[in-house]
Design a protein around this ligand. Structure first.
Ligand code: 0L1
Ligand code: MG
Length: 263
C-alpha cells in the first residue's frame, strides 16, 4: 500500500507538470503498489489541489478508454474516468490556444447533462437514461502529462485520465430524438475525414459507459450529480492538434460542432 505522503507527492508532481507544461515519466515502474484503486486516490488529491490552486470547481466527469480499439492501443483492459473542472471548458467560438498544453490531441465525444443524481445502489443503463436532461456534441482535448503518452492504467487514472479541456455545443438534444447506438459520427480535420464511428462504439451504448463509471464512483462514496456534464468517451481516435487546424464533429440528427486552433 502506498503511503499517503507518496500519494500526495505523485499528485503534486502531476499538478506541477500540467501547470509548468512539461512531461514526466510514468510512476508504476517506481511504485508497483500504484494499483487502480490507489490511482483514484491520487486523482482525488490532484483534483483537490487543482480546485484549491486554480480557484475552480468540479463541474462533471469524463470517461476515457471506452472503446475496445483504444483499450487495445493503450494496452489496458478497462475504461478509466476523471473529473471535469469549470476552468477546463472552452467556447467553440474562441480559437483554442496550444500555449498552455504539452502535446494535445482532440477527439469527438457525446456529452450527457444530468437532471438527477445517479443514486444506485446499482446504477443501470435505464437509470442513466432516465436521469439524463439532454445530450449534445462535444470535443475533448486530452493532454497526458506522461512522456510520449506512455502510461499504464493506474498512471493514466492518477493523471485524471489525460483530461485537459473540452468544448460543448450549446444545442440540447433529447435522448428520445437520437439513436444512441446507431447514430453516426464523422470527425474531420481541416475538412478531411479523420475518423468515423457510431455511438454504440462506446461500450455498446454510451449510457452503459456512464453506468459503469457511476457504479465505480459509488463504491468510492462519490456520485454523478444533477447538473453534471459527463463526456461519455471518444468515438474515434484522437488527432494531434497543430496551429491553424480546424476540427468538426457531426452526429446524425445534430448540428455540427466546429473549433479552430490558434495559428
Ligand atoms: O478521454 C480519453 O479517451 C483519454 C483517456 C486517456 C487515454 C489517453 O490519454 O489517450
Ligand atoms: Mg475523451
Amino acid at each position: 500500500m502506498l503511503k499517503t505522503d507518496t500519494v500526495n507527492q505523485i499528485a503534486y508532481t502531476l499538478f506541477q507538470a500540467e501547470r509548468d507544461v512539461y512531461e514526466v515519466k510514468k510512476f508504476v515502474d517506481e511504485y508497483p503498489e500504484l494499483t487502480v484503486e490507489v490511482a483514484y486516490d491520487v486523482q482525488d488529491q490532484l483534483i483537490k489541489l487543482k480546485c484549491d490552486q486554480e480557484k475552480t470547481v468540479r463541474i462533471g466527469m469524463k470517461l476515457g478508454l471506452t472503446s475496445k480499439a483504444k483499450q487495445q492501443m493503450m494496452g489496458v483492459h478497462e475504461p478509466s474516468y476523471g473529473v471535469l473542472l469549470q476552468n477546463m471548458e472552452l467556447l467553440a467560438a474562441e480559437p483554442i490556444s496550444l500555449k498552455p498544453l504539452i502535446h494535445p490531441k482532440i477527439e469527438p465525444e457525446i456529452a450527457f447533462v444530468f437532471a438527477k443524481d445517479l443514486e444506485g445502489p446499482v446504477v443501470t443503463v435505464a437509470e442513466v437514461l432516465q436521469a439524463t436532461d439532454y445530450v449534445t456534441p462535444a470535443m475533448e482535448i486530452i493532454d497526458s502529462r506522461y512522456l510520449n503518452f506512455n502510461f499504464t492504467l493506474p498512471d493514466v487514472i492518477a493523471d485524471n485520465s489525460s483530461s485537459s479541456k473540452y468544448i460543448m455545443s450549446d444545442k440540447k438534444y433529447s435522448i428520445r430524438d437520437v439513436d444512441l447506438v446507431k447514430m453516426g459520427c464523422i470527425f474531420k480535420q481541416n475538412d478531411e475525414i479523420f475518423g468515423t464511428s457510431t455511438a454504440g462504439s462506446i461500450m455498446g451504448h454510451p449510457a452503459r459507459a456512464i453506468a459503469w463509471m457511476a457504479n465505480k464512483m459509488l463504491a468510492r462514496g462519490q456520485k454523478v450529480r444533477a447538473g453534471d456534464v459527463v463526456l461519455s468517451g471518444a468515438l474515434t481516435g484522437s488527432a494531434v492538434m497543430q496551429a491553424g487546424d480546424e476540427f468538426t464533429v457531426s452526429f446524425d440528427g445534430m448540428d455540427e460542432l466546429r473549433v479552430t486552433v490558434e495559428g
